[in-house]
Design a protein around this ligand. Structure first.
Ligand code: ADE
Length: 242
């Protein structure tokens, strides 16, 4: 799963350019029994299996022991779980400032609580639904964080990054042809009037946000300090966003 994820487009280029480096580790390599057992039944009974503590503690010591000791250098051990705090753009921003991130992909019914108590610095959920494992959530986090690391995005792409600084959804966009199957692009966008286009986009962004994510507007009002305020600030090139 991770090989194909890391060997495509932006992340691939970021790794080649040494803007980020990544490693994938299999917990089974840190077991000592013939079956490479990583799970066991929960004490006290109940359905499903839990991830055993030993392979995780051993992997942690071997792979991150030194880095983890230097907490000041910004090492974080993230556990992907539906019980975690919701993953937001602000979480990605915070994590992008750390030097080393390790992501533990949960499986089965979860992990032994001692792993969480002793090793984990952040428990993160990517949404209120349950997936079969933490791999896809881990990729979501890695992708969202990596694009915030300086030099990972090209200039064209990084414009898009600017658009995620305010609590608004994106306005609708169009490209050529201006009429397709009788469907016309709003004429204002073809007018060349930059100020009016910016106004139109802001209105459109507000409208779609009000309809789909009204809570974002309330959040924007609460954070209304300079550039976070909805409808205020310069909003880089007029792009709205989170
Ligand atoms: N593992 C399974 N479901 C998950 C979710 N929604 N977020 C993070 N990790 C998960």
């Amino acid at each position: 799963m991770f090989d194909s994820f890391f060997s495509h487009s932006i992340l691939k280029r970021a790794i080649e350019k040494k803007k980020i480096s990544v490693g994938v580790h299999n917990l089974r390599d840190f077991t000592h029994d013939r079956h490479k057992t990583c799970d066991d039944k929960p004490f006290g009974g109940g359905p499903g299996m839990l991830m055993k503590p030993e392979p995780i503690f051993e992997a942690y010591d071997k792979l991150f022991g030194k880095k983890a000791k230097k907490r000041a250098s910004g090492f974080r051990f993230i556990y992907m779980t539906p019980q975690g705090a919701p993953f937001m753009q602000s979480t990605a921003r915070k994590l992008s400032k750390a030097r080393h991130l390790a992501v533990l992909c949960g499986h089965y019914e979860g992990v032994d609580q001692r792993v969480i108590d002793k090793l984990v610095t952040d428990e993160i959920s990517i949404g209120d639904y349950v997936l079969t494992g933490g791999e896809i959530p881990a990729m979501v986090v890695v992708d969202a964080v990596a694009r915030l690391v300086p030099g990972v995005l090209g200039r064209e792409e990084s414009k898009e990054f600017e658009s995620f600084c305010r609590n608004l959804l994106e306005y609708p966009q169009y490209t050529r042809p201006s009429i397709y199957r009788g469907l016309k692009v709003p004429s204002i966008l073809l007018s060349g009037h930059h100020k009016e286009i910016e106004l139109w986009r802001r209105e459109a962004a507000l409208k779609i946000t009000k309809k789909r994510r009204p809570e974002l507007l309330r959040k924007g009002e609460r954070n209304a300090s300079g550039d976070q305020a909805v409808g205020a600030g310069t909003g880089q090139k007029g792009h709205p966003g989170f």
